[in-house]
Write a protein that binds this ligand. Structure first.
Ligand code: ATP
Ligand code: MG
Length: 343
């Protein structure tokens, strides 16, 4: 039986949407995909059902990723997708839910408004926003209320959000559009150039998660992959090794570590000293790429570890922040940020 849950924390991610219901925990985890009938424009399915539909349906069904680079790229579809997800978990609710949604720290006010409006359209009564690094830190069980500094690096699908947190606030932050999706794209480019074969996004992701790495693995793994030969247009099989993938991912991995170093450079020496004591915490699905912790540790010369349930930290953090909802200000963060969580 579905209970009525009025307050929800939503991780509206580029790759996945997670919803946390007050008192219950994570109640929904679905890919951010909408299946649409190209001819009529009608939404056929959302989430995992939409993804499963693809490939097994006629060509008039297309998959839409309504979020890109951490922000809404298709407003209408985002609202419809969110509405369908909310219907799944608050089917019989009389009272519309209040929601806290996380957004990348670099988001513009226009982009914030799009999130708020999409959530209202999807059936939310009130919408509050929280920045991804703060949500990630809360979800990773870091004590962000302490006066010392913590550094969180959340690598998602579309964005990497880096934040220095202290006393319930964000002292420094940065958000770059290089994360898990950029890894997949880099693999596709590499294979095309090296092998003359085109592979799909799903294949690239599979390569990344099974044998991929951004730091040398103890043993070089390999995988058999199938793609389309650029010249002949025919299917072709080939082997790809971990070392190849590491080479392919060198650039995006470096962009991420550079962004972290840049944030550290801009952070006060006291906070940097704290961070070097506390270590760096990695969260987000993209942080699960093999060796990310090792690479970052090597480059920053600071201890670096991945949080447990890295891909759920932001959702847990949104859930935790529901307790402070009464102290948060509705609407865009730019106004609310200064008041947020401050006694
Ligand atoms: N085991 C793994 N190894 C490497 N990458 C992984 C692994 N598991 C998931 N990923 C990647 O994690 C990314 C999705 O992470 P996550 O769900 O945190 O993103 P998101 O929150 O939807 O995106 P964003 O925060 O950028 O909006 C995808 O690029 C996916 O390929
Ligand atoms: Mg995310």
């Amino acid at each position: 039986m579905k209970l009525i849950s009025r307050d929800l924390g939503i991780d509206l991610g580029t790759s996945n949407v997670l919803i946390y219901a007050a008192g219950k925990g994570i109640v929904l985890r679905e890919p951010s995909v909408v299946a649409v009938d190209k001819n009529t424009g009608k939404v056929l399915q959302v989430g995992a059902a939409a993804r499963n539909m693809l490939g097994r349906t006629p060509g008039n069904v297309v998959a839409i990723h309504p979020l890109k680079d951490g922000v809404i790229s298709d407003y209408e579809m985002t609202a419809k997708m969110l509405a369908a997800f909310l219907r799944k978990i608050v089917r019989y609710a009389v009272v519309k839910p209040r929601v806290i949604i996380c957004v990348p720290s670099g988001i513009t006010e226009v982009e914030e408004r799009a999130v708020i409006q999409a959530a209202m359209e999807a059936g939310a009564r009130r919408v509050y926003l929280i920045e991804e690094p703060l949500a990630a830190a809360l979800g990773a069980q870091l004590d962000v209320s302490a006066p010392d500094g913590k550094l969180v690096v959340d690598i998602g699908g579309g964005t990497t959000d880096i934040g220095v947190l202290t006393m319930n606030g964000i002292a420094r932050s940065s958000s770059i559009k290089v994360a898990g999706d950029a890894f997949d794209e880099a693999i596709i480019r590499f294979v095309r150039k090296r092998q003359g074969v085109v592979i799909g996004e799903n294949t690239a992701e599979e390569i990344k998660t099974t044998i991929g790495c951004v730091y040398p693995r103890p043993e070089d793994l390999y995988m058999q992959v199938k793609g389309r030969d650029v010249k002949t247009g025919l299917a072709r099989e080939f082997l790809i090794y971990s070392t190849d993938v590491m080479e392919a991912l060198k650039r995006p991995a470096r962009q991420i570590t550079d962004a972290v170093l840049e944030v550290l450079e801009q952070t006060s020496p006291e906070l940097v000293a704290d961070i070097s004591n506390n270590g760096i915490t990695l969260t987000g699905g993209g942080s699960q790429i093999w060796g990310m912790d090792k690479l970052l540790q090597e480059r920053t010369e600071m201890e670096c570890s991945r949080a447990d349930d890295a891909d759920s930290c932001v959702a847990f953090g949104c859930g935790k922040s529901l307790n402070w909802m009464h102290r948060m200000q509705e609407g865009t963060i730019n106004l609310a940020r200064k008041k947020l969580l401050q006694d």
